[in-house]
Design a protein around this ligand. Sequence first.
Ligand SMILES: Cc1cc2nc3c(=O)[nH]c(=O)nc-3n(C[C@H](O)[C@H](O)[C@H](O)COP(=O)(O)OP(=O)(O)OC[C@H]3O[C@@H](n4cnc5c(N)ncnc54)[C@H](O)[C@@H]3O)c2cc1C
Length: 757
Amino acid sequence: MSLAAQIEDEERQDQIRMLIDSAAGIAPRQGDFSRLRGLRFTQPGIDRATWSRIAEMGWLGLRLPEDAGGAGLGALEYAALACEAGAALLPEPLIEAQLAIDMMGAVTPPAVLTGDEIILPAWASVPDGLDPAGGVQVEGGNRLNGEKLFVPMAEAADRLLVTTGEGMFLVARSDVQVDSRPTQDGGHLAVLRFRDSPATPVPGSPGPALEAAALAVSAYLLGAMERSFEITLDYLKTRRQFGRPIGSFQVLQHRTVDLKLQIEITRAVLRDACVAMDDGRNVAAAVSRLKARAADAAMLVTRQAIQLHGAIGYTDEADIGLFLRKALTIGNRYGSPDWHRARHAELTGDDIAEGRIALRQDPAPLPAIEPEPHQDLNPLPDLDFRATVRRWIEANYPPHLRNPQRRLHIAEGRPWYDALSRQGWLAPNWPREHGGMGLSPAKHLILIEEMERHGAARLPDQGITMVGPLLIRHGTEAQRAHHLPRILSGEIIWCQGYSEPDAGSDLAALRTSAMREGDEWVINGQKIWTTLGLDGDWIFVLARTDMQAPKQKGISFFIMPVTTKGIEIRPILNLDRHDEFCEVFFRDVRIPADSIVGEVNQGWTIAKNLLGFERIFLGSPFQATGALDHLTRLIRHLGRQDDPAIRVMLNELRMELEDHKSLYTTFADQVRRGESLGPDVSMLKINLSALYQKITDRMIGIAGEHAALLDPLQDDRSLYPASAFIQARPHSIYGGSSEIQKNIVAKQVLGLSETMR
Ligand SMILES: Cc1cc2nc3c(=O)[nH]c(=O)nc-3n(C[C@H](O)[C@H](O)[C@H](O)COP(=O)(O)OP(=O)(O)OC[C@H]3O[C@@H](n4cnc5c(N)ncnc54)[C@H](O)[C@@H]3O)c2cc1C
């Protein structure tokens, strides 16, 4: 999803679209690279006519306030433009010129904004970081001595803006020795040597402008990633080997999905960094997270682009290599990923040392109301709603059930279940006329976020999330009248009978049969992995009602009490030795004709319709946040919080979790705007599963001999690395395994499939 599509301000959306249109005239996304190739490895390496057009488009004054002759636009607009520049691999030093303009602010010479003069910044004196102070000394207030390093495209500059410990100075290029060396992308980097060079002081401070440049270069890298990915995707669809397009090979499809995921995470993190910059909040930490992610992702995507092209990718002639060389050249500019990770750790270090890793930022104190049972909370503004549900959960949730490390049985969670039922909050998404809260998707999401924030247990909720909505939509009046009130009161608990021993990922291959005999259906077969099957009073089952029809077409949806004669339930211990799921046998189980929901043979379609919301729920950052909290407690328990290696590891995980939250926000915002989620939401669960498991892997890594223990380290189970590790395993299996989710993204988002011919 584009940056413009992710903001609600229509004026800004239009502004961004106009900028992108203007970019098409100068640096077209789909253009060829002949101009770039003509400029490569030449001096000054830029085209002045193009520079004039850049100025005419107003790009150079983009961020300057309007009263200083600029357009006064924000970080999002700047990022959108830089992204287009990156997609076209624009060789002109747009970001560097903008950096100089940002530093000079209102005193920017008008000739710079018209493109007649180019001023480029000379700020670096060491190979890595964002320190503008070193390298050059000031003599008598107007002469410079010393060296500045790594000045991009200095040969193109008319004057240089030099940063020192005593302020900034303008120096004519003719007054400084410029030693340029070519760079991998065909440009150049210069060492500038100052020998009593005449200099004019300029007021201002380089710090914030350097943050904006780091943000812009990240956006440029995102554009470069997007374009190299598009080119690679086209190649996978057209290059044939073994008689078929290479994009039909699953191993390449999955790798492609991994790259797409990196691109989408970078875009989400970029959006959050832009918002931070525009709001002036936590800018440095947000920029560090962005720059680290963007540079690493760009290297990964462009490296893999070469691999996926085979030998042609290794030639100078193929355009795909231009992207790798660009990523190589600018990936470390304005701070390498390692440098930014270290800065992020420094900026947030105290939180880690004090064990305050819980990442959900509390909003400022909010106006909460005392909600009446069954009160319609939809009219409340979102912030008030959040405050209200937060306060109610804090007041009513049984403290001993916070952050359980496994799925609770209904008997354990009953007090909470009953409290929700009494309050009328058990079924947030059901319509109010059916006894639900009737919440909008946006408010439903807030409620889930607040439950997760408090560490509320997920109770057996199949009746609420699956059966209820299905009956409301497809059930008969009698089915609704009988079942909905019993679900809402908590009297009847439901479990889900979909999977079978030979029908897991390929669920439509299920063989449990339902045959019509008179006014009864007779069920035979077996279900397996039925979560909390021992707690269920009723079960809903997908069964085959037409043996001849294509597999998805001959399936129907049935409901029945688990006490029906012929049903046998056997618990299965999971790897954590907990009876989390069951197998369910059906031997000549006779149920009345009206036990079917919806039309005969329509079961597959109606069951599939239910999956939408589950996909964002399963990708929410909740479990990974809890795991990171657990890991932090473990580190403190072991007294290793000051171990530098541990701190590096913890900071990296923390950044990854923050990045995942950015990705989650992308999809949650879609829900909030009332848009339906597309198949790309599968990326959320893929990423969450991998991160959640990685965090628990690290627990085992640092737990030492404790990792072997069958018991928790503490009585309250709050420190139990082995259990946390094991509990994380199924996240990549249930709700559609990670591999199946990758198949979905490859096919439905990227247009790659095994049957491509
Ligand atoms: C904790 C837990 C709770 C569950 N609760 C329920 C429940 O309440 N009700 C219910 O009906 N089911 C439930 N399930 C079952 C779950 O839906 C299935 O486990 C899941 O669909 C995968 O099926 P499977 O286990 O048979 O694995 P398989 O489908 O046999 O897959 C084995 C491996 O092969 C991979 N694979 C399979 N096909 C492909 C392919 N085409 N391309 C690439 N890789 C592939 C899978 O990703 C997996 O890694 C639960 C499972 C777990 C772990």
